[in-house]
Ligand binder design. Structure first.
Ligand code: B3K
Ligand code: ZN
Length: 876
């Protein structure tokens, strides 16, 4: 396939200042008439051909300035329309008529039908499946859209912008016209038509404008959209306060659909959501679901400024909108909930998803330089690491200057398609700093590592840090340049108090941040009156790995006494990880894992520490996941040994803290009615992690079964079901709970997804057969992305022992299923296939089996560009 390169960018010869679309909707034959105002750029020769993108289109007619073109005057294929000799006039009107079949569109890109609702997904390149166009983000156009359909099939007709007019037509048909005054790229176009229920709201902006809000859901589900509406209003308010950004249209609509390739989409004025991220109540949604809904509603809303008003020049700049918008939604959630807890959760996610990507064959810079299929670059690197890069800019500049830079960005680039260089320039301009070295965070792939050692000289009262940076090689980048790494730190003394220092040499230290820019730094602090422990990368100020030569005593000290709560969590997590890695090696060597009594004792103290928020304690107590441990070990992975090591540590912690955990578990029982707020969710999280530990004790099965029966909300019910199914698989209690859950939620596809997911996660060799059986369940559908992700995705990415079965059966099933999904939906199949990205870190036998499965996919006939790209890069 074609390789797109950043350096090949050049502006288009033609622009499309106006776009008018007319849809006559019909499931199998929708007529689209596009009237495009085409404008040749001043500096382009009149003879320049006009070449428009298409994708699988059927062209019914083409006219220029009202004159139908003769067949010799254009060349049309399903994927391209060329007019070799367009009119000499600088501006002309092009009229195109195409026919498309939304019903048979199973790729869920372009215009498709979900649950009898017409909807669209155009990012990245789906608009070309609707009509021929210059389908690239730097072509900004003002859209007017007319939609026509039978009233009974589609009483609701929505598009971007503001409603202009609507009315009845003959034969039970009706129409609506929408106009969006803000020029936008085609990827932000949207249309929705169907029979949907509405939840209405309103918002008054900072300057007093009234905005009508609507959330549209499957009829009968209106009662489940209240939390999303509330999150939307809080997002609108927050963006005004935190970034001075006001909403700009008269209406803002959100539509929930049940077949969607990802979470949601920020179409101007008409966000389309996966219903999983809209619908919630205590009976059907967990606390994690509520938090995701809040974050995703905010994320898509924040795109209105970072993505829509200022868009991307080309798809290489994707992180310009995504990294920045993730940063904004992280800050929003931190303000709505607990900042410390939110930060820990973000770091866990980054390490779980971005680090393995950065350390494997799919590694790429936050701003890639090449791609074959852009849909494969909506990655943890572009999103999560992209957000961390923005956070580092704020750390380096300080909050005021950062805000001034953002203000300048909005002022300077509003209405434009911008680049990462434009973004960095505003911060250089407001701060007077040179960000050239810092910019490597956008250009260079790989997770930097810092090796740190320290020494204290009691006589001279000096404390010295030796810091060395290195960036491991990544695909097609074998040599790395030195980076600018802002490393927040603290010197911690007795009782967790900060230790003072009077002077420093060897590095730039500003506001508690060491600016590492060279390969090696010796940072010498003087006037240090006691030997400190050093707490490094506070708040995860830089997305790096640390190898700290520090005594276990120092780690224990920081884990129990550091006044910075993030660092305290980090120190405890490091201790857990070190213990788990040691236990893994013991298991591999055929030994019993060494006792971890001191760690278990500390776990008990953290659990019972009333000065810490329950949500924080819950996070601290949840052991690093099996995949996290594998990532930190790096090579020779035997998932069964990791599982055994992790189980052993969990049992040690449970046994050592039995009384404390029981007492706490009892005291945290829910009193009063359910509320989804962060504090209540934190108490449930702590109680449920305690349940997880207690379930390892002899009375565990009965306790989990009782927890399941007593649950009055989905958080507790799903937690108990997970414990029963994962820790007590095959027990009558587990079987009964699974059956009860299935019966209770039969007919509620979103809730049954949890049931699929929990079963896909059951550890051990037998799960692959169970997953095969579940694919035959009436509620499962291979055409629905949520079902596929819940069953196949959960099995392959979250079940280490089941998926990585030593005999390769997990991989074989996976290869077959990915190819099956791909026939309908290449994008979802390609995403699934990334579950194999760490195959080279497996021990040799599994590695060989994994390679065979990858080759089975690679050798399949008619592989889509999406899947071919992932599989070939993974094997390279
Ligand atoms: N911008 C969309 C993602 C589009 C993915 C296209 N393959 C959602 C978001 O990041 O907000
Ligand atoms: Zn986004």
């Amino acid at each position: 396939g074609h390789v797109f390169k950043l350096e090949d960018y050049r502006p288009s010869d033609y622009l499309i200042p106006r776009t008018s679309l007319d849809f006559r909707l019909s499931p199998d034959a929708t007529r689209v008439t596009a009237v495009l105002t085409i404008e040749r750029r001043e500096d382009v020769a009149a003879s320049a051909p006009l070449v428009l993108d298409g994708d699988g289109l059927t062209l019914l007619g083409v006219a220029v300035d009202g004159q139908a073109l003769a067949p010799a005057e254009y060349q049309a294929t399903p994927d391209q329309l060329t007019i070799p000799k367009p009119p000499a006039a600088q501006r002309f009107e092009l009229r195109l008529e195409t026919e498309i079949a939304p019903s048979s569109n199973e790729a869920l890109m372009g215009l498709y039908r979900s649950n009898n609702v017409y909807c669209t997904q155009c990012e990245a390149e789906g608009f070309r499946r609707i009509t021929y166009f210059l389908d690239r983000p730097d072509i900004l156009s003002v859209y007017t859209v007319r939609i026509e359909a039978p009233h009974n099939e589609a009483p609701l007709l929505l598009s971007n912008g503001n409603p202009v007019e609507s009315g009845a037509l003959a034969d039970g048909r009706h129409y609506a016209v929408w106009h969006d005054p803000f020029p936008k790229p085609s990827y932000l176009f949207a249309l929705v038509a169907g029979a949907l229920g509405k939840v209405a709201g309103s918002f008054t902006t900072l300057s007093g404008r009234e905005v009508e809000l609507g959330i549209y859901v499957e009829p009968g589900k209106e009662g489940l959209a209240g939390y999303a509406m509330d999150a939307l209003k809080r997002s609108m308010k927050w963006d005004e306060q935190a970034f001075g950004r006001e909403y700009d249209l008269d209406v803002f609509n959100i539509v929930a659909v049940s077949d969607f390739n990802m979470g949601a989409m920020e179409n101007k004025g008409l966000n389309i959501f996966n219903d999983k991220y809209v619908l919630a109540d205590e009976e059907t949604a967990t606390d994690a679901d509520f938090a995701n809904i809040e974050a995703i509603i905010a994320h898509e809303y924040f795109h209105n400024w970072t993505g829509n008003r200022i868009t991307c020049r080309d798809w290489f700049q994707l992180c310009l909108k995504e990294g920045l918008t993730v940063y904004r939604d992280h800050e929003f959630s931190a303000d709505q909930r607990s900042r410390a807890v939110k930060r820990i959760a973000e770091v866990r996610t980054l390490r779980a998803h971005q680090f393995p990507e950065d350390q494997g064959p799919l590694a790429h810079p936050v701003r890639p330089r090449r791609y074959r299929e852009i849909n494969n670059f909506y990655t943890a690197t572009v999103y999560e690491k992209g957000s961390e890069v923005v956070r580092m800019i704020r750390t380096i500049l300080g909050p005021q200057t950062f805000r001034a830079g953002m203000d300048l960005y909005f002022e300077r680039h509003d209405g434009e398609a911008a680049t990462i260089e434009d973004f960095l320039k505003v911060f250089e301009d407001v701060s007077g700093r040179d960000l050239a070295q810092f910019a490597l965070w956008y250009h260079q792939a790989g997770t930097p590592n810092l090796t740190v050692s320290s020494s204290y000289n009691a006589a001279a009262k000096t404390f010295t840090l030796e810091i060395e940076q290195s960036v491991p090689p990544t695909p097609s980048e074998s040599r790395k340049r030195l980076m600018h790494i802002p490393l927040a730190f603290g010197l911690v003394g007795a009782g967790g108090k900060p230790v003072a220092w009077t002077a420093v040499d060897g590095a730039a230290v500003e506001d508690g941040v060491i600016h590492v820019r060279k390969r090696r730094h010796t940072v010498r602090f003087s006037g240090v009156s006691e030997r400190p422990s050093v707490s490094l990368n506070r708040g995860f100020s830089a997305p790096v790995t640390l190898s700290v030569q520090q005594k276990a005593d120092d780690q224990f000290f920081l884990a129990s006494d550091d006044s910075d709560s993030f660092s305290r969590w980090q120190a405890f997590n490091t201790l857990l990880t070190d213990a788990l890695i040691a236990a893994f090696r013991q298991v591999l060597g055929g030994k019993e894992p060494a006792s971890a009594a001191r760690l278990a004792e500390l776990a008990g103290r953290i659990a019972g520490d009333e000065t810490l928020e329950p949500a924080y304690r819950a996070l601290a107590l949840s052991l690093p996941g099996e995949a996290d441990i594998a990532r930190d070990i790096g090579k020779g992975i035997d998932p069964d040994a990791i599982f055994a090591a992790r189980e052993a540590l969990a049992r040690t912690i449970a046994a050592a803290n039995r009384e404390v955990f029981w007492a706490l578990y009892d005291s945290l029982a829910d009193k009063g009615p359910f509320t989804p707020d962060a504090a209540s969710a934190g108490r449930r999280a702590l109680r449920n992690i305690l349940l997880d530990y207690l379930s390892l004790l002899p009375e565990g099965t009965a306790l989990a079964a009782a927890h399941f029966r007593a649950a009055t909300n989905m958080t507790d019910r799903a937690a108990a079901l997970t414990v029963l199914a994962h820790r007590h698989a095959g027990s009558p209690q587990a079987e009964e709970a699974l059956a009860t859950f299935e019966a209770r939620y039969r007919g509620d596809a979103l809730v049954l997804d949890k049931w699929f997911q929990i079963q896909a996660g059951v550890p051990g060799a037998q799960t692959v057969d169970k997953v095969r059986t579940l694919m035959q369940h009436p509620a499962f559908s291979i055409a629905n992305p949520n079902r596929v992700r819940s069953l196949i995705g959960a099995f392959s990415s979250a079940n280490q022992t089941g998926f990585h079965r030593a005999d390769g059966q997990g991989y074989r099933f996976f290869a077959e299923t990915v190819l099956e999904v791909e026939k309908r939906n290449p994008q979802v199949a390609a995403r699934l296939a990334t579950a194999m990205r760490s195959w080279r870190s497996l021990e040799p036998i599994r590695q060989d089996k994994a390679r065979q499965a990858l080759l089975q996919i690679a050798n399949a006939e008619n592989l889509s560009a999406d899947l071919r790209d992932i599989v070939e890069r993974t094997l390279a």
